[in-house]
Write a protein that binds this ligand. Structure first.
Ligand code: FEO
Length: 397
């Protein structure tokens, strides 16, 4: 399959309708994904990125239907991660001498992945490569999200090939942002940002402002996953600037795990207390062990405060809670508040363990947390309601 984006620019990637987990088992992809590769034909022909290695034979066979491989003059590797570079070994076995343009870090990553001495050509921000009537201009995007990442801008057609940035894990034959369901599109875009780009928010902000300051026309943004932004393409850059800037909606997420429902009942009583005091705030509850990890991370990303609950077990916390806390630490959320809760039978360390981990992860603790012994009774439930009210009252301090 291929389709024309513009005169002499063709999408030659792979739509992966089956994908349900990405990065091994790390990232849920309920709507599949795509690996977008683009063929730009001018006086010279450039191929921008490839697809995941498992599709490499299919990719090359498909590409051959569009162009004789010996007519490809240039390969651009905007990013070395396997979902975009995986078909390079198959492709380069047919055209071994064709230059691969990438960043200096890209050479290291590609050599590290494939152990090949291909004809690497190192580029840096501002370098221009003439295709004849048009140029490709390269923009390094270090740590967005790998050290090697870069974008390529095609003059005259005014297309930004942004690689992972602005992508979404969506499989769609509709291909363009204005044709797909907008709620699904932005749900997948924010999930992608929350789960992959959050740790690099300050760099995202800087890089987007740097690109916008160039004041070049952008008629289309072609990312390497999901649909192409052609209608008001810079809307996704504006969203990224919002998401990179200590983003929070009027939401509180209460996430917990529970063995015999004591901590769940505490969670519900805390939610009751919050909503009694503040009817506008969107309180959402999640049993961590029963929730999709990446969807939950997205909810945490959208929240101004996060309450994490676990009973105490073996002087520690439940493993699902420990796992999400570890994920939250790595993502380096900014400007969010938090508190801990949980019931216990005898030693009762859980709220201290959770509070310490939240603080270590950059969350501002609202209090020392709340714990209730054994199965919470009426008094304990009232304590939780009061705890929730207190959080609602003091959240904006
Ligand atoms: Fe960083 Fe889509 O790979």
């Amino acid at each position: 399959m291929s389709f024309k984006i513009k005169e002499n620019i063709t999408w030659v990637g792979k739509i992966d309708w089956e994908l349900r987990k990405f990065h091994g088992e790390e990232y849920s992809t309920h709507r599949g994904s795509s690996y977008n590769s683009y063929l730009v034909q001018d006086e010279k022909t450039a191929l921008i990125d490839t697809v995941w290695g498992k599709f490499s034979k299919e990719f090359v066979q498909n590409l051959e239907k569009k162009i004789s491989l010996d007519k490809i003059d240039i390969v651009i590797a905007n990013h070395a991660e396997s979902d975009h570079s995986g078909a390079l070994p198959e492709l380069m076995s047919h055209i071994p001498d064709v230059p691969i343009y990438c960043t200096k870090n890209g050479v290291n990553s590609l050599k590290g992945h494939y152990h090949q001495d291909w004809n690497f050509q190192v580029v840096k921000t501002g370098d221009k490569l003439s295709l004849g009537s048009k140029d490709l201009i390269f923009i390094e995007a270090q740590m967005l999200h790998w050290p090697d990442s870069m974008m390529s801008y095609l003059t005259k057609d005014n297309i930004l090939f942004s690689n992972d940035a602005f992508g979404q894990h969506i499989a769609s034959e509709l291909m363009y942002n204005d044709l797909v369901d907008q709620a699904e599109l932005f749900q997948e875009a924010i999930k992608y940002y929350a789960n992959i780009l959050t740790p690099f928010s300050s760099l995202v902000d800087k890089k987007i402002k740097e690109v916008l300051a160039l004041k070049v026309a952008v008629d289309m943004i072609c990312p390497s996953h999901g649909v192409i932004w052609r209608k008001n393409p810079l809307q996704i850059a504006e969203k990224y600037l919002q998401w990179a800037g200590n983003y929070a909606e009027n939401q509180i997420t209460i996430a917990y795990d529970s063995m015999w429902d004591g901590t769940r009942r505490m969670a519900e009583a805390i939610a009751q207390g919050i909503t009694q005091e503040d009817q506008a705030v969107n309180v959402k509850l999640f049993n961590i062990a029963r929730s999709d990890k990446n969807d939950l991370i997205t909810e945490i990303f959208k929240s101004k405060a996060v309450l994490i609950g676990s009973p105490t077990i073996n002087k520690g916390i439940l493993s699902a809670v420990a796992a999400i806390l570890e994920e939250m630490k790595g993502l380096k959320f900014m400007n969010k508040k938090a508190a801990a809760f949980g019931c216990y039978g005898w030693s009762g360390e859980s709220i201290k363990i959770i509070s310490d981990k939240l603080e270590e992860s950059g969350f501002r603790l609202l209090n020392d947390g709340i714990r209730e012994k054994w199965n919470p009774d009426n008094q304990a439930m009232d304590n939780c309601i009061f705890f929730g009210k207190d959080i609602a009252l003091n959240l904006n301090d």
